[in-house]
Write a protein that binds this ligand. Sequence first.
Ligand code: ASP
Length: 599
Amino acid sequence: MGQAFRSHTCGELRASHVGERVMLAGWVHRRRDHGHLTFLDLRDRYGITQVVTNADDATEAHTAAEPVRNEWVVQVEGAVRHRPPGTTNAELATGEIEVAVDAFTVLNASKVPPFYVNEEQPGLDEAVRLKHRYLDLRRPSLQGRILLRARLAGAVRRALEAVDFVEIETPTLIRSTPEGARDFVVPSRLQPGTFYALPQSPQILKQLLMVAGYDRYYQLAHAYRDEDFRADRGPEHTQIDLEMSFVSSEDVMATVEAMVTAVSREVLPERPILTSPFPRVSYDQALARYGSDKPDLRFGMELIDLTDALRGVDFRVFADAIAAGGAVRGLIAPGCADWSRKQLDELTNLALTHGAGGLVHMAVEDDGMLHGPAAKFLDNATQARLLGAAGATAGDLLLLVADANAATGMQALGRLRLDLGDRLGLRDPAVLGYVWVTDFPMYKWDEEGRRWDATHNPFSAPRWDEVDGMEADPGAVRAQQYDLALNGWELGGGSVRIHRRDLLERAMALMGHSPEGMREQFGALLDALEYGAPPHGGIAIGLDRWSALLAGVDNIREVMAFPKTQSGSDLMLAAPSPISQQQLDELSLRIVEPKGGEG
Ligand code: ASP
């Protein structure tokens, strides 16, 4: 690092440098005064080095260091020497040496920061961190995550380019293209009254790149969705977006799996991949066995269908659900028969918040009989049948959800399963449980809009062998769609696309689009499909989510340099903000009384 301010970084010097003259620059991490000696830990993103000023040997440098406090940025010059015996620090890569300073320059002072940069501060308000994000980003913990993300992005690029993907940028100002979420829009000054939309994804553009013959495209793309925000979703996210020509869904999955595997091994070699090749679960199976279309496969505890075992039972909760065509499903919490009333109440509340009508819990006693408020409704034979079907044994806790809507019951149990997995320590944080979810239904019926809605994106192709039955029974058609899940999070999703205009028009008609509506919204794509569009498919993988999961945090804001709050604010730049009257005039816009929101 031979440069104007420094010869080495703060993470670089070792015993082998002893005797060398060096120049370092960085932030004061910590300061300790020992009379005529001052010890400063100097920090940059590479590490920490101890530097010492001595009032006797280098009076001028020592005096210059006097006013310096934490987070001041300074430059030092001096000789590298061994630390005195007994004062080496094995925790620090540079812990064997220190720099005896003979020239000291303050490059810039710092006010006292609003929070500690040099140590963790549990309970620190996130709003304070976000307002001073540049200081937060200096903290070694967050910096480590941002650097991990950068290594991840670099590894992705290398892995994709090694197999002929080309990076192509697509514009951020595009036309509104419905992809299931609300658009962010930008008014046009030159064409008053018209608007651009920020892409919800580069979906149409990447498909057009396939028509244009680029064969394998990728981009780390920003995508914008004006939705309510959650821990795993913000208004603006980055996706590893890719598209390939002349492929089946198997081809795309194989390519992506190879990339994901190589990147995981390169970036975090110490974290084992649970199963390789990645397991595949159909959408129906994922719901039935895990109550989720993004199952966490790091532990078993699968949902069990107990409807048959409980048919004919004289207990209203079960009987009503079964009579209404629903199901009774359950989970076994192994060894939890002795859970307290309080713990059981917590589980019940959790099931209720996740949509279940209630939770029936029964403990399996040592004599093999069931115990719990509902047990008295089940005669011995039924109890035996239930235990057999569930595979429960003495000491287990059986948790049952009965619901007229089988899907609702499965989802509630799925959430309960994850919660139990946490409580019982079954979700090993080190393990990476990638899994493909396939065979999604192409459409689901939207009662309100009286139309079939694409379950994923409107350009996904139906299975080629199911095209003929599309109109006759849209609900039965499966899409060539695949999702990649990791440890209970949806990491990404993609599909093979429809590459023929006639078929896309049929699909769009089912989704309630009139011929004019289709032309207006998707004209460019429909036209392009008539000029030699090759078969193609792709995927988008959430870079924020992947980074969060690899960094072991449960909130994507912890891996984004400048995230927005849950209500969409940038607290540092104070965005969104009003604009000046002049800007409004230029855009021919007038603000009417804002509806709701924060305005
Ligand atoms: N455009 C889709 C999305 O953003 C991904 C894909 O199908 O490639 O979810």
